[in-house]
Ligand binder design. Structure first.
Ligand SMILES: *Cc1c(COP(=O)(O)O)cnc(C)c1O
Length: 391
């Protein structure tokens, strides 16, 4: 069966060139990067090359890059690290309602420990209001953590202006750039960032490797204690093969970013316009904000997103709803709720996220199967039939 994968914001396949770069580090070059002998030196050199490659993608210096187990660890490390090292008796953190769970649930854990957290609302496209951000600052504010691009909508926050506000207030700024790295340009100096999280498996490297950028001079406490790896700040024997793959993927992303962006945004726009045109009453979530080139999120009123996702999977098309399955019940996505969608529209939404391997044929396929599946499900929906009759 022909299977088309339009769920690249969930994870991406490992690029063949990335896999090739990794393979020797599972066998011939298996050394521990901390060992003094030749085996160790080769592993060390490979890790340091990867550090340079990841730094280059972000406009950072290599010594400001710390490898982690992924985006979740990087987010936890940044947020816990800054709050724990602050001298404030009751530190305050500012974030938004549309963050990834790796940030949201970390902030909620902090609240249980007496840290106060402000969750900024967003407009109907998912963007925070800069005046709200200014108004939320307090003398005790130690950290602003606002994501760069949203995983569900693709919307891109005005990070450069957020950076100026953070700088003016002398507050540390962290961003979760897991969904923007490799898709749109990032420059830690232009955005005046102190901390930034990235993950390998969202940019064609393997799962289980990521990085935290920490600006030189930033005071934050470490999360893990152990050996002297990564200057003792993030101990644990380095995942050499994973790190090598992440480095190679970052290098490829840097060189193909502009090309990928123009090709994918053209395909994305074609998919979006085609679906809007062929599916009555459908509309886009977050469509007026700047977005990553690969993402679209649409509402198909009258269908259950989960039912549509399963119907499409049976036809060979993989996509996603933003819904989280908690305690057996499907909760509408917190992001779609935050942009003001009524629950029934949030539950009728689907995300399509394209990737480097997406072809014109994949888009043509989606444009055939999605409108047909929506029509079929709507036939079965008495409420939709009734509403449509009144049009
Ligand atoms: C996937 C994702 C993460 C988590 O990264 P992992 O490497 O899977 O832990 C964090 N933030 C965003 C925005 C993501 O999309």
């Amino acid at each position: 069966m022909n299977r088309v994968y339009l769920d690249c914001n969930a994870t991406t396949p490992v690029e063949p060139e990335v896999l090739d770069a990794m393979l020797p580090y599972f066998s011939a070059e298996f050394g521990n990067a901390s060992s003094i002998h030749t085996f160790g030196q080769k592993a060390r050199a490979a890790v340091e090359t990867a550090r340079e490659q990841v730094a280059a993608l972000l406009g950072a210096r290599p010594q400001e890059i710390f490898f982690t187990s992924g985006g979740t660890e990087s987010d936890n490390h940044a947020i816990f690290g800054i709050v724990s090292s602050s001298g404030a008796s009751r530190p305050h953190v500012i974030t938004s309602f549309v963050e990834h769970e790796a940030v949201l649930n970390t902030c909620q854990a902090l609240e249980k420990r007496g840290v106060s957290v402000t969750y900024l609302p967003v407009d109907q496209d998912g963007l925070i209001d800069l005046e709200h951000l200014r108004g939320a600052l307090r003398p005790e504010t130690v950290l602003i953590t606002i994501m760069h691009a949203n995983n569900e909508l693709g919307t891109v926050q005005p990070l450069e202006q957020i950076g100026s506000i953070a700088k003016e207030a002398d507050v540390y700024l962290h961003t979760d750039a897991v969904q923007s790295a490799g898709k749109i340009p990032i420059d830690v100096n232009q955005f005046q960032l102190d901390l930034l999280s990235v993950s390998g498996h969202k940019l064609y490297a393997p799962k289980g490797v990521g990085a935290l950028y920490i600006r030189g001079g930033t005071r934050l406490k470490q999360l893990l204690y152990g050996g002297h790896h990564q200057r003792g700040f993030r101990p644990g024997t380095e995942n050499v093969a994973g790190i090598v793959g992440f480095g190679k993927a970052a290098e490829i992303a840097r060189r193909s970013l502009a090309n990928d962006a123009s090709r994918l945004s053209a395909l994305r726009d074609q998919l979006e316009h085609g679906l809007l045109h062929r599916t009555p009453h459908s509309h886009i979530n977050g469509g007026r904000a700047p977005r990553t080139p690969n993402t679209t999120n649409l509402v198909f009123p009258g269908v259950e997103g989960e039912a549509l996702l399963i119907a499409l999977d049976l036809k060979g098309l993989a996509c996603s709803t933003g819904a989280a399955c908690s305690s057996g019940a499907v909760e509408p996505s917190h992001v779609l709720t935050a942009i003001g969608l009524p629950p029934e529209e949030a539950r009728a939404s689907l995300r399509f996220s394209l990737g480097r391997h997406t072809t014109q044929a994949d888009i043509d396929f989606a444009l055939r199967v999605v409108p047909a599946a929506v029509a079929q499900l709507r036939e079965l929906s008495p409420t939709y039939q009734k509403a449509a009759a009144h049009d």
